[in-house]
Design a protein around this ligand. Structure first.
Ligand code: GDP
Ligand code: MG
Ligand code: ZN
Length: 303
């Protein structure tokens, strides 16, 4: 090792190599061997957003020696038969969950899963419905009303017309965020709209999993010209959970919260049980049947 350790922030991951932004530029780094051994159940001990210490090997090349403790960790279960934790992005405080009003029309069950993942990771969710130019007037707002009533922040945007873009810029300003959601909803287009200098590539296929073939585009952590950082993620078709507890699932369902623990029987399955407070709330029109179904699908009803 030569010289003192430099501090930096991981901005991109290319397989076993990590680009770290330090004062004066980017250093392409390997991991010190001891870091690889530390966490066996992880795909990698370092992810975009991590704050690290590194030593230089030569011009533009270095070795990550140390990873600072994380403030948050948005993880998923990596693809494959062995359960491995894959950190998508570290240290973000906010997740902007992007879905489209149309093309592709938002799958609300998938939106609920993203909300659970963000909430469980301690990352504050903001729901962003993009491509509002493709639908007329109120319908998208009505479709997502349950989320607003539950207390979630909602943005309605169009990268094509600029609708809601200044609101998104305000949301990202001076904060550390991740944009996540399925492929093709306009995440990269929105980032280009808030900060044209980023020049992100759009219209590409994100994560595609065929049998025996798995391509994953890199997650890049970008510095915003108006202050703040944002991670652009490739389309995540599914956010397989990493060890999410039933109480953490419940935290993403504020609309159901007032009824939890109020069923007649403590082992209530919330399906057709007598004295179930949740099914009664659905029957009374106080809770959406679809939200209850989503909650139960994720295993949220378990004691
Ligand atoms: N009509 C319309 N098309 C959009 C909008 N935002 C993105 N697109 C298009 O949707 C496609 C996918 O956009 P992209 O930003 O690559 O999506 P990503 O995969 O979520 O990053 C591209 O062809 C974009 O031009 C929008 O607000 N309205
Ligand atoms: Mg993209
Ligand atoms: Zn019940």
């Amino acid at each position: 090792m030569s010289g003192p350790l430099l501090q930096g922030i991981v901005v991109e991951n290319h397989g076993a190599l990590f680009d770290v932004l330090v004062e004066g530029g980017t250093v392409r780094c390997l991991l010190r061997g001891k870091l690889k051994k530390e966490k066996r159940r992880r795909v990698a001990p370092v992810a975009a957003g991590d704050r690290v210490k590194l030593s230089m090997l030569g011009a533009g090349r270095g070795v990550i020696e140390e990873v600072m403790p994380r403030e948050s960790d948005l993880s998923r279960r990596a693809a494959g038969s062995v359960p491995l934790q894959q950190t998508l992005v570290a240290n973000v405080e906010q997740a902007v969950i992007v879905f489209a009003a149309a093309e592709p029309r938002a799958d609300l069950f998938m939106l609920d899963r993203f909300l659970v993942a963000a909430t469980a990771a301690g990352v504050g969710p903001v729901i962003c419905i993009n491509k509002c130019d493709l639908v007329d007037g109120e319908p998208p707002r009505a479709r997502f009303a349950v989320y607003r009533q539950g207390g979630f922040r909602l943005l309605f945007t169009s990268a094509a017309t600029g609708e809601g873009v200044s609101e998104l810029r305000e949301t990202l300003k001076d904060r550390q965020s991740v944009l996540c959601g399925p492929s093709g909803v306009g995440k990269s287009s929105l980032l280009n709209a808030v900060a044209p200098g980023l020049s992100l590539r759009t219209g590409e296929m994100g994560e595609v999993t065929h049998k025996g073939r798995h391509t994953t585009s890199a997650i890049s952590y970008l510095q915003l010209p108006f202050g703040g950082w944002v991670a652009d993620t490739p389309g995540l078709r599914q956010l397989g959970f990493w060890e999410v507890k039933p109480t953490e699932i419940a935290a993403a369902f504020p609309d159901l919260a007032p009824y939890l623990g109020r069923c007649q029987y403590s082992n209530c399955s919330h399906r057709a049980d007598p004295g179930c407070a949740l099914t009664a709330a659905v029957a009374a029109g106080e809770v959406e049947a679809r939200r209850l179904k989503s909650f139960l699908q994720m295993g949220g009803g378990k004691q």
